[in-house]
Write a protein that binds this ligand. Structure first.
Ligand SMILES: NC(=O)c1ccc[n+]([C@@H]2O[C@H](COP(=O)([O-])OP(=O)(O)OC[C@H]3O[C@@H](n4cnc5c(N)ncnc54)[C@H](O)[C@@H]3O)[C@@H](O)[C@H]2O)c1
Ligand SMILES: [Zn+2]
Length: 378
């Protein structure tokens, strides 16, 4: 396998430009493929305690065969590892082994591993090389692109972090075979979001082929991940540091989603992608309500999500409580909400000054599951 045989997406960022390679069945050749992107023989592979049992031996063997000295840095799986404490442990561990500015950190895992490893790479000796091997559909289509790294604070998620672009990203969709189907579907919701928000052709392709992606047909997965990376890369290269508002269009459905996640945190768990799925459908209904797009378009979107068996409604909380949580979003100003909505499929826009009463009405009509618990109060 040569790099030429893989799909390639370039993230155009002047001196920080980097390639994303996408394919399948190449992890056992990563040692030779990675060579042009690392400067030292020493490589630190950061992975979690689940992914490392599945893929570390194959990756390490290939790197060692190519002449690298490989050191493993294993963290517990799960969101709680994205902490300053875990970052400190990891940094001290790497410094003890010995690290110079030529060394590279390679992340092997989902978004948690990628965000934490990228953060450590960005502060270690004021910044060392970073390479991503993402292994969840969410990480392959979203979190490994764009250079955002970070850990969580007690005050909120992702509040401590840096922008640190990787030198390269290697995506082998075969790793999805071992992923929990619920995680696959949650990642698929982020894939769908790109088509719905920014690319009608991709949305049409997904209507025809989405089920093949969910069933992990490799050709379909490679195409879906490639298109997702292409759409995100185009946005990131025009708004690397989230300053022009363009990058916010990638957050279709996310203001609803973050509020749903915050509420569900108190009741059990909902995966981020599941909340994004509900949020995107709510954004479509909201867009129809404000007459930004036709009602039948929102109806078609909701039906399509149901066909994919993606969640479209939330439970547990009253519409008014969800709206209160949405007001905490960093996009909202004073008492009004700023939301990414749809003027049509593939045509997301940021709409300011939305009346919270309008949002509450739409949520009451379209958002709540029938069996919601009316006694629940935040
Ligand atoms: N940096 C960004 O731009 C960005 C964008 C979106 C999300 N994120 C972050 O990404 C994180 C979520 O990422 P995630 O959904 O990948 O979660 P994750 O990293 O927690 O992975 C989910 C679970 O799947 C397991 N797993 C990973 N790959 C596997 C595989 N191939 N086979 C079997 N199991 C596997 C993990 O061990 C974990 O238990 C969040 O912390 C979020 O904030 C970052
Ligand atoms: Zn997201």
């Amino acid at each position: 396998m040569a790099l030429d045989n893989l799909k390639r997406v370039d993230v155009a960022l002047d001196q920080k430009a980097y390639p994303i390679f996408i394919g399948n069945n190449f992890l056992n050749q990563i040692g030779t493929l990675i060579q042009p992107y690392v400067r030292s023989e020493k490589i630190f592979i950061v992975s979690d305690d689940l992914v490392s049992t599945l893929y570390f031996p194959c990756v390490a063997e290939s790197l060692e065969e190519a002449g690298f000295d490989v050191y493993d840095v294993i963290i517990p799986q799960g969101e709680s590892s994205k902490s300053l404490q875990q970052a400190e442990k990891m940094l001290e561990h790497i410094l003890k082994i010995g690290c110079d500015r030529q060394c590279a950190i390679v992340s092997l895992g989902g978004g948690v591993v990628g965000d934490l490893a990228g953060f450590c790479a960005s502060v270690l000796l004021r910044g060392i090389d970073f390479i991503q091997i993402p292994t969840t559909l969410l990480a392959q289509s979203d979190s490994s692109v764009g250079g955002k790294t970070g850990v969580n604070s007690h005050i909120g998620k992702n509040l401590i972090g840096t922008f640190h672009q990787p030198k390269a990203v290697f995506i082998d969709v075969d790793t999805l075979d071992t992923l929990d189907p619920q995680q696959v579907l949650a990642g698929f919701a982020e894939v769908v979001k790109y088509g719905l928000a920014l690319n009608a052709d991709f949305w049409s392709w997904l209507i025809e082929n989405g089920e093949r992606v969910i069933a992990l047909d490799k050709k379909a997965c490679v195409y879906a991940v490639e298109q997702s990376c292409r759409i995100k890369a185009a946005v990131v290269s025009q708004d690397q540091f989230e300053q022009t508002g363009l990058r916010s269009l990638l957050n279709l459905g996310h203001t609803f989603a973050h509020a749903i996640e915050a509420a569900n945190g108190m009741h059990g768990s909902i995966l981020h992608g599941e909340a994004v799925s509900i949020g995107c459908v709510l954004a479509a209904w909201m867009s129809a309500d404000l007459e930004l797009c036709r009602y039948d378009i929102a109806e078609r979107i909701a039906q399509q999500y149901e066909k994919w068996e993606l969640p479209t409604k939330y439970e547990y909380l009253k519409a008014a409580n969800l709206v209160s949580l949405m007001k905490k979003d960093k996009k909202s100003v004073a008492d009004h909400l700023n939301l990414v909505l749809l003027e049509g499929i593939g045509n997301a826009v940021l709409v300011n000054d939305i009346d919270p009463d309008d949002v509450e009405r739409v949520l009451n009509e379209k958002g709540r599951k029938k069996h919601f618990i009316s006694s629940y109060q935040i």
